[in-house]
Design a protein around this ligand. Structure first.
Ligand SMILES: [Ca+2]
Ligand SMILES: [Ca+2]
Length: 466
């Protein structure tokens, strides 16, 4: 090469790579995904009895987004939206079934780890991050997959309470037998090591997802006779449209659980499983704390959606109420000062936020909006509410103070969270709130993508499996 060309290359190279720092100087990312965890976390105040010291410690050393919501209240589409940054309203993925790599709108949308990898990061992943895993054309997005490769086990030889997956109880004997504990320990070992390149480590904890099996010691944290039961007065249902009732076909109904006198035991189990998930978080964070990456790692923790434990006569997910949409969302790490933020946030915002924190360029697919202004100042206002969609055409719009729900048939609900955090009084029919409704309704999309149907081989996911 001629000397003048070399000189020219030296001149233009910094322009070609207009990113402000070299890959070597970029922060690591630790992304922790919890499965089916609602706001029953100490620092979110969703349940007065829950014991979650590690969630609370992480939230208090970073930004706790107390008004964060999923874009779809069910596993696979929620996770596909977080990992692609693409809204279900763009992708058409509203239900269990279509895997990331089978959704046409995501054909060229890089996964979050894949995008970091293409900018010089080592990618490590373990446990349930994408619902169907990083497979097919996504397999190369992950450099190192952590053991164990199976999810959610082990399971007892015989059901304890009910038919799996809707079973729960004390099993196995020790934490170290739990797959979640094993993946947490493997992640901790990676976090405790020096790495040559910056890393993007994603780890998924399966509990409190059903079947809710955890060792007895987690049940022993709670006295089942003294735990606070969710508010589930049938009268709460009188002021809401009934068009969403028939959808809840996967989980048992509250009435069935109550007939079998199992409701208290189920709530006890969810608390125990949540405390076990908290234990796994503690294992992961201890690895980070004791290693060389502590001061240069951004931590983001989220759950894929919430969970009903009897509120509005419901168990599980898929509704457009607070129990189903609200999730923990914390960011911690270099430059992030502690404090709560009550502005609405969506899990879709994780992707653009991490890109901005790591000083990587945005890509063209992202539907969310960076939360960096709120990481700098928790009082920085956000105009955009959090939008949640469940099945095609049903939407919830959550602003700082209000939840507005509109179903495909036009039926609506409106709740004032300043005075009604449990969403007991539907104000949608009251003429004095019509301007509030109009202000929220303008966020409901006119042209949501039609639903992507699952591939034939994925039909079992629609047949009632969680
Ligand atoms: Ca889930
Ligand atoms: Ca009501």
């Amino acid at each position: 090469m001629k000397p003048c060309l070399i000189a020219l290359l030296f001149l233009i190279t910094p322009l070609l790579f207009a990113e402000p720092s070299s890959a070597q100087d970029r922060p690591n990312v630790l992304m922790i995904a919890i499965d089916d965890l609602n706001d029953w976390v100490g620092c979110l105040g969703g349940h007065p009895d829950v014991i979650t010291p590690h969630f609370d410690a992480l939230a208090s050393r970073g930004r706790n987004f107390t008004n964060a919501h999923c874009s779809v209240p069910v596993c696979s589409p929620s996770r596909a939206s977080v990992l692609s940054g693409v809204s279900p309203l763009t992708s058409g993925s509203y239900e269990l079934g279509p895997a990331y790599e089978t959704i046409p709108a995501l054909d060229h949308a890089p996964t979050l780890p894949g995008y970091f990898q293409s900018h010089g990061y080592t990618t490590i992943s373990g446990g349930k991050v994408l619902h169907h895993g990083f497979r097919g054309r996504l397999a190369s997005d992950i450099d190192l997959t952590l053991p164990p490769q199976a999810k959610g086990g082990p399971r007892p030889a015989k059901p304890i309470q009910a038919k799996p997956p809707w079973d729960w109880g004390a099993f196995p004997e020790n934490d170290t037998e739990m797959f979640d504990h094993q993946v947490a320990a493997a992640a901790a070992a990676e976090l405790a090591k020096p790495h040559e390149k910056p890393f993007f480590l994603s780890v998924g904890i399966f509990r409190p997802h059903v079947p809710m099996y955890v060792p007895q010691k987690w049940y022993d944290l709670y006295d089942p006779d003294k735990i606070t039961m969710p508010y589930a007065d049938p009268a709460d249902m009188e002021d809401i449209p009934d068009n969403f009732q028939y959808r809840m076909y996967v989980a048992p109904t509250l009435a069935e659980i109550q007939e079998n006198d199992q409701w208290r035991s189920l709530v006890h189990s969810y608390l125990a499983n949540t405390s076990f998930a908290d234990h796994c978080l503690g294992v992961i964070l201890e690895g980070l704390e004791n290693g060389p990456n502590r001061d240069n790692t951004i931590v983001v923790l989220w759950s894929d959606h919430g969970f009903h434990l009897g509120e509005k006569q419901k168990l599980a997910k898929r509704t457009l109420w607070e129990e189903s949409t609200r999730v923990p969302l914390f960011f911690a790490g270099p430059g992030i000062k502690p404090g709560d933020c009550a502005e609405p946030a969506s899990l879709l915002d994780i992707y653009p936020t991490l890109l901005e924190l790591a000083e990587l360029p945005e890509n063209e697919f992202l539907d969310g909006e960076s939360l960096v202004p709120q990481l700098k100042d928790p009082d920085a206002a956000r105009e955009r509410p959090a939008l949640t969609t469940s099945y095609f055409g049903n939407h919830a719009v959550r602003s700082r103070d209000w939840r507005y729900i509109r179903y495909a048939d036009g039926a609506a609900e409106l709740y004032d969270h300043r005075v009604d955090p449990d969403e007991l009084t539907n104000l949608a029919a009251d003429p004095k709130y019509q301007s509030i409704i109009a202000d929220h309704a303008r966020w409901i999309p006119e042209n949501a993508a039609p639903e992507v149907k699952p591939l034939k081989e994925q039909e079992p996911f629609r047949a009632g499996r969680l």
